[in-house]
Design a protein around this ligand. Structure first.
Ligand code: MTE
Ligand code: MO
Length: 474
C-alpha cells in the first residue's frame, strides 16, 4: 500500500477520495479567515505523499537542467542559505473547483466532483525561482521580444518552458516568462502560514505559481528542466486543458492550450436567514455586536473583519430588530434579513473590482462588501493581487415568507448555514429563492451566466455565476 505513510488529515476536511487523498474544507470554514489554516487547506494529490525523513530534509535535492543540458543540484539547506527568503500571499485553486456545479447545471463531466472549496489562500515562504535559475547559469534575453533575443543570441523567455517535477513523478510546466517576471512572484516554497510546509502540501519543497492554475504549483519538487517544450506529462498535455461545448468526451488534446492564468470566479460559502441574522449569531455579525457593546445593532453600521463599514441596512432592518422583542407567532412577515458570505478570485494578478449579488435569481442586483484583508501593513505579500477577495452581504429577502411552525417560533435557532454542501432542508417551493453571485475583475472580465455556455467534458474552469437555492427552515 503506497499510501500507508500518508499523513493524518484534519477530520473536518470533506474527502472525495482517500487514496489518493482529495479533500476540501466545509464551505463555511473555507473563508472564515483570510489565510486558510493549513489543516483546512484543500488537498489535491494524484498519488501518495512522498516520505522525507526529517533528519535528512536538509539534504533534499533540487536539480536544475538548463537548455544546453548543463545541470546543477541544490540541497534544501543550500537554497535556504544562498538565496534571500521572500513571502507571497497567494491563492491556489484547482482547475476542477466548482465542477459539481457544472455537472448539475450542464451535464456529466469527468473528474473529481469538487464543490466550491477546491481553493484556498495562504502566505507562502521560500526563495524566488528566478534567483535560483539565474544562479544555475540560465541566460535569457531580458526583453521578451523575439527580435531582441535573436540579436542577443539568447532564447526568448516566451518560447521556453520551465518543467517542474515532483518526487512521485507528477509534473507540469509554466512559461519561462512567468518564472522570470520580476512581478511574477514564483516561489520555491518551504513555509506555509508561518509553519513548515505540511506533507500534504509538498514538504519539504514546492513550487508556488501565483495567479496560475494550482496544477502548476508542483509539490515535493525535485527537478526543474528549462526546455523549448512544455512538460511531456499527461497533466500538462491532457488533463489541465479546457475545450468547446462541441468537442465532447474525446477532444483534440494537442490543439487546446494548457490552462495557466485562471479566469475570474466567485462563490457563496454561507447563507443565514431570519432570527439567526437578527440576533447576530452569524460569526461576522456577532463580532460586530460585541464591538459596539450591549448587543445592540448600531444604526446600520456593522463591523466586518475589524473594519467599520456601511452595509445595506434599511429602516426595515431596524423594524426587524425591534420585532425581536415581539412574540414570533405574529410573524407572517414579508421580509427576512439574510446574511451571505463568500469569495471572489481572478488569476494573473488581477484584482476583484466588484461582486454583484442577487437575492431573486438574477432579476435584481445589489453589491457585496469587499473585505480589506490586505489593507493592514504586513497582511499581504506580493507584487500583484494573488489573493482572493472575501465578501460579505446583509440584505432583505422581501419576497420570501417564512412559515410559522406549530410552536409559533421559527426554528432556525441553530443557525446552520444553508450552503450547497448543507442543503438538506428541502421545503415547499414558495419558501425558496435562488441567490446568485458574480464577480468582475479589474480587467472587467466577468463570469459567464451559464455553465452550459462554457461546458466542457472535463469540467474544467467551471466559473459560471454561482447560484444557491435556499429554502429557509420552518
Ligand atoms: N504536485 C505533485 N507533486 N503531485 C500532485 O498530485 N497536484 C496538483 C498540484 N501539485 C499535485 C501537485 C494539483 S492538480 C493541485 S490542484 C495542487 O497541487 C493542489 O495543491 P494542494 O494539495 O496543496 O492544495
Ligand atoms: Mo488541481
Amino acid at each position: 500500500d503506497p499510501f500507508k505513510e500518508d499523513p493524518a488529515r484534519d477530520p473536518r476536511l470533506i474527502s472525495h477520495t482517500v487514496k489518493p487523498r482529495n479533500a476540501e474544507p466545509p464551505n463555511e470554514e473555507l473563508d472564515r479567515e483570510f489565510q486558510t489554516p493549513n489543516g483546512l487547506f484543500y488537498v489535491r494529490n494524484h498519488m501518495w505523499v512522498p516520505v522525507i525523513e526529517e533528519s535528512k530534509v536538509g539534504e533534499h535535492g533540487l536539480t536544475i537542467e538548463l537548455p544546453d543540458g548543463e545541470t546543477r543540484t541544490y540541497t534544501l539547506a543550500e537554497l535556504k542559505e544562498r538565496f534571500p527568503t521572500h513571502k507571497v500571499t497567494a491563492v491556489l485553486q484547482c482547475s476542477g473547483n466548482r465542477r459539481n456545479d457544472m455537472t448539475r447545471h450542464a451535464g456529466k463531466t469527468n473528474g473529481l466532483q469538487w464543490g466550491v472549496s477546491a481553493i484556498s489562500n495562504a502566505e507562502w515562504e521560500g526563495v524566488r525561482l528566478a534567483d535560483v535559475l539565474a544562479d544555475a547559469g540560465l541566460k535569457v534575453a531580458d526583453a521578451t521580444s523575439t527580435t531582441q533575443s535573436l540579436v542577443s543570441g539568447n532564447p526568448s523567455p516566451n518560447s521556453l518552458h520551465v518543467q517542474l517535477t515532483g518526487l512521485e513523478a507528477y509534473g507540469s510546466s509554466i512559461p519561462l516568462s512567468k518564472a522570470l517576471d520580476p512581478s511574477g512572484d514564483v516561489l520555491l516554497a518551504f513555509g506555509m502560514n508561518g509553519q513548515t510546509l505540511p506533507r500534504d502540501h509538498g514538504y519539504p519543497l514546492r513550487a508556488v505559481v501565483p495567479g496560475t492554475v494550482a496544477a502548476r504549483s508542483v509539490k515535493w519538487l525535485s527537478k526543474i528542466v528549462v526546455s523549448d517544450e512544455e512538460s511531456p506529462s499527461q497533466w500538462q498535455r491532457r488533463d489541465y486543458k479546457s475545450f468547446g461545448p462541441n468537442e465532447g468526451p474525446s477532444p483534440d488534446w494537442d490543439r487546446a492550450v494548457s490552462i495557466q492564468e485562471m479566469p475570474v470566479t466567485s462563490a457563496i460559502t454561507g447563507v443565514w436567514v431570519g432570527d439567526c441574522v437578527r440576533k447576530g449569531r452569524v460569526a461576522w455579525l456577532s463580532g460586530a455586536r460585541s464591538q459596539h457593546g450591549g448587543g445592540k445593532q448600531d444604526g446600520g453600521i456593522v463591523d466586518v473583519g475589524g473594519v467599520e463599514r456601511k452595509v445595506g441596512f434599511t429602516p426595515q432592518d431596524r423594524a426587524n430588530n425591534a420585532k425581536e422583542e415581539a412574540p414570533h407567532n405574529t410573524k407572517e412577515t414579508s421580509a427576512e434579513p439574510v446574511a451571505v458570505q463568500g469569495y471572489a478570485y481572478s488569476g494573473g494578478g488581477r484584482g476583484i473590482a466588484r461582486v454583484d449579488i442577487s437575492l431573486d435569481g438574477g432579476k435584481t442586483w445589489d453589491q457585496a462588501e469587499l473585505l480589506d484583508d490586505c489593507s493592514k501593513p504586513g497582511a499581504c505579500f506580493g507584487n500583484k493581487n494573488w489573493t482572493w477577495r472575501r465578501w460579505r452581504y446583509l440584505g432583505q429577502l422581501s419576497e420570501l415568507s417564512l412559515p410559522v411552525s406549530s410552536s409559533g417560533t421559527t426554528a432556525d435557532n441553530d443557525c446552520e448555514s444553508s450552503t450547497p454542501n448543507n442543503s438538506k432542508d428541502l421545503r415547499t417551493k414558495k419558501h425558496c429563492t435562488t441567490l446568485v453571485v458574480k464577480a468582475t475583475d479589474d480587467a472587467y472580465n466577468a463570469q459567464p451566466e451559464s455553465h452550459a455556455a462554457i461546458f466542457n467534458a472535463r469540467g474544467n474552469l467551471a466559473t459560471a455565476w454561482h447560484r444557491v437555492r435556499i429554502c429557509p427552515k420552518c
